[in-house]
Design a protein around this ligand. Sequence first.
Ligand code: NAG
Ligand code: NAG
Ligand code: NAG
Length: 482
Amino acid sequence: MTSSSTQHRPPIGIITTLRSSLPFLFFLLLLLYLISTSKLLIYPPHITTKITCQDSNLTTTNNHPKTGYDTELKHIAFCIAASSKLWKSRKEYIKLWWRPGETRGAVWLDNQVKIKKNETLPDIHISQDTSRFPYTNRQGHRSAIRISRIVSEALRLESDDVRWFVMGDDDTVFVVENVVRVLNKYNHNQFYYIGSSSESHFQNIFFSYSMAYGGGGFAISYPLVKELAKMQDRCIKRYPGLYGSDDRMQACMAELNVPLTKEPGFHQNDVYGNLLGLLSGHPVTPLVSLHHFDVIDPIFPGMKRVESIKHLLESTKYDSGSLIQQSICYDMKREWSVLVSWGFAIQIMRGILSPRELEIPSRTFINWYKVLDFTAYAFNTRPVTGHPCQKPFVFYINSTRYDELRGQIIGIYTVHRERHPRCRWKMESPEKIHTVVVLKQEDPDRWLRAPRKDCCRVLPSRKEGIMYLWVGHCGENEVIEV
Ligand SMILES: *[C@@H]1O[C@H](CO)[C@@H](O)[C@H](O)[C@H]1NC(C)=O
Ligand SMILES: *[C@@H]1O[C@H](CO)[C@@H](O)[C@H](O)[C@H]1NC(C)=O
Ligand SMILES: *[C@@H]1O[C@H](CO)[C@@H](O)[C@H](O)[C@H]1NC(C)=O
């Protein structure tokens, strides 16, 4: 051992010092459990937080070089897998994100459906009948075989300047600008298979952590689709026992030696219940897609499903790249923690929760197997509230508009009234707040820089019941010190 390494300070923390004495740790956990259940914690945690916040110098953020491959929406062909049986309801989801004249691609159906002339939908194609040729094995869902082959069929239709094929289901909703942002990072002349896994750890164990889940959508670069099309019919014959179209796709990708490139903005949404916790704790990456709307609660309580997605997408009008991005700040005077999910929801909690706790998705949702088990997810989660006093007050986006004069976006979030448990903490209650106003500058290039959350500052309030926040580039030396 060199002298310098012996001078290293040991890591500080209760866990590291106790690691060698497991029985004591067990005792400690038991004690913590007893404390947490016996309502001994009637006062908020001792507050040592101060926010260091110096003059921001925004010019530093403009010095970044442009990166990317100049991929635009016109270079992306969407392939939507749909079934005639569910068409009537599912087409409403497609209409939410499809832009006639801008998006290209088609819907692939198993049977003819009735189409009204004035509906803003993609072209409709009927998939090739595979019952005789090329897939004759009696095992395997016909629909899975059909959907798996869509991308090869689409290749024969699209050729002019297509760089990427993006697969999705009829109940997948894409944030189109963010599909472009994510794909622009990758060289479309090479072999790429881009998507994300399931939220459910068990689903990923049963299927695969290396597979792009079809409902969340995934992208394949043009040259890779060309290579895939040459072998796909032979390939799927070798896997009659697989379940869906997406694991068949992954099986062929494995034969082509192409791994999954993970982009966690694609969401299969293998959960039930309320997405608030999941979206508010989104990884620092653009929101690309959402799925399973028939299964989850409407994103905004009290709205119909389609209406609620439409409302969420309205926030993409001024700053699509920042949709649902997380910012954390504290109202030090009133001792509140504030969690912003931009363009979607604000949560205010009594007491100061550290950023490392707050940033974790809270379990407002239930896992795919409907068991109350926090090990069921493929990511960390936290309970919605550790103490009854800390049940979040939730404010949902009402509207956004652009203030030309000051060059900033103004978001209005209104309170979602719900019952809160009695709280004896001697501090101001957030229930007095009915509206949160968030000011933010547009930031279309945020994903060309290294990923970083926006800073959030509590502004002086001008009106009773209204809280004003500012969200944007962190200033120099701006940190949240807890
Ligand atoms: C911002 O940074 C630039 C370059 O370092 C400097 O010239 C300028 O004076 C700074 N502006 C402020 C407001 O600090
Ligand atoms: C399409 O036409 C039908 C009847 O002709 C009408 O009820 C419907 O509102 C129209 N939809 C749109 C989007 O224009
Ligand atoms: C926005 O607020 C106004 C006024 O309170 C209300 O009438 C309207 O329904 C709200 N809209 C949404 C989408 O919440």
